[in-house]
Design a protein around this ligand. Structure first.
Ligand SMILES: [Zn+2]
Length: 395
């Protein structure tokens, strides 16, 4: 039996050298991520002080100790000044970054983007430069996600500095790079499998015919000032439409990511009588939506609940009710949504291909969730009252 296909075997030697280079770059990016995990939750600057200091004796660590993976060996794993053993967690972060970058490289360039999120293969014509752009784009998202995962595990906190920067970078790259960076470029207003853009192309809003109808029919002229604005915008749009669509896709993605998380969080908080998810989780989902578009964000969110049930619950039981934060589940969900896009999309397509249907489904489901939560909280209250009533006579 062959482990890989003939194609994969043939392309293996071509991939080895670039994969190694990507891995080494990942190790160095891992240094930055490790620094961010240690500094940002404490609201410390990433730049000042530039050097790293021992947590116990506050002496500056030698620069040689910061070399990825093997750096600690040079100082024997201990602080040269006070002898306290230094944390090896940074090595794990560096390895995770390198492995992630290599995985993303394989998914994008190794597999030629065949498995990447897209609805319409004929439109989605991956050029090699676009694949490299996508690879870098997804590496940047992965770096933000990895940082958020570990700050959430360490401090049950996802600093705003991470999600705000991530949101900004996602929107900016999506606007000025390629509109096609988003896995599924259907905007919220609608769209069809044949044409993956807005049902009403924003350029159409500035059509001469449309405006003439608004201003009283074909015979009447549009007022000169408005006509000047209309024609200018029309040309501006024709030259810049990819930027506007890119920005719009990102903004819609961020809104949907934020709103679905907000709905579920509020409803669950109501049912459980305590905060179900942190505010950081909302902005994390907004960031993911800005990077990946709204459909992938929805799939990522659903998968995060699967991960929460499959990993979070057993861990909570083993830790005697100590819940682990929800952020890492969101991160796992969004990674799975991109990696297993092809099989997943088969199941999600009916609900997500049409934005209007999705909105209706969300409304119906949130009403159902709300009713369920009310019923659950009422049953809980009744149960408590019965317990109190049965305990009173005894005391
Ligand atoms: Zn020390």
């Amino acid at each position: 039996m062959r482990l890989f296909s003939r194609d994969a075997q043939r392309s293996a030697p071509r991939l080895t050298v670039p994969l190694l280079i990507v891995g080494v770059v990942g190790l160095f990016v891992g240094l930055v991520i490790d620094r961010a995990i240690r500094r940002l939750p404490l609201e410390k600057s990433m730049l000042f002080p530039w050097g790293e200091y021992c947590e116990r004796c506050l002496q500056r660590k030698p620069i040689i100790a910061s070399i990825p993976i093997i750096g600690l060996l040079f100082v024997g794993g201990r602080c040269p000044s006070c002898g306290i053993s230094l944390s090896k967690r940074g090595i794990l972060i560096q390895l995770l970054t390198a492995a992630g970058f290599m995985g993303i490289y394989y998914l994008h360039i190794g597999l030629g983007g065949r498995e990447l999120p897209a609805i319409n293969r004929t439109y989605w014509n991956y050029g090699s430069s676009r694949l490299v752009a996508l690879f870098v784009y997804h590496c940047i998202l992965y770096a933000f996600l990895l940082t958020a995962t570990f700050t959430d595990l360490d401090y049950t906190l996802i600093p705003e500095s991470i999600t705000n920067w991530g949101l900004g970078v996602g929107l900016l790259l999506g606007t000025f790079w390629y509109v096609e960076l988003r896995p599924v470029p259907i905007a919220l207003v609608g769209g069809s499998p044949e044409f993956n853009y807005l049902a009403v192309h924003p350029g159409q809003w500035f059509d001469e015919d449309r405006w003439q109808v608004w201003f009283g029919g074909k015979a009447k002229d549009i007022p000169p000032l408005l006509e000047w604005i209309r024609t200018n915008f029309y040309f501006h749009w024709a030259l810049n439409w990819t930027k506007y669509l890119g920005l719009l896709t990102g903004v819609v993605g961020a809104l949907v990511g934020y709103c679905i998380t907000r709905i579920v969080r509020d409803v669950c908080s109501l049912a459980l009588d305590k905060e179900a998810m942190g505010l950081g989780d909302l902005w994390l989902m907004a960031m993911i939506g800005a990077f990946l578009g709204w459909q992938t964000a929805v799939i990522a969110f659903v998968l995060s609940w699967v991960s929460g049930a499959a990993i979070g619950l057993p861990v909570a039981i083993l830790n005697r009710g100590q819940m682990i934060p929800f952020g890492p589940h969101i991160v796992l969900g969004s990674i799975a949504a991109v990696v297993w896009w092809r099989p997943l999309w088969k199941y999600f397509e009916p609900a997500l291909i049409d934005a209007r249907l999705f909105l209706i489904l969300t409304a119906v489901l949130s009403v159902l969730l709300f009713i369920t939560s009310l019923v659950v909280s009422q049953i809980k209250k009744m149960g408590n009252r019965l317990l109190n009533a049965s305990q009173k006579p005894r005391s």
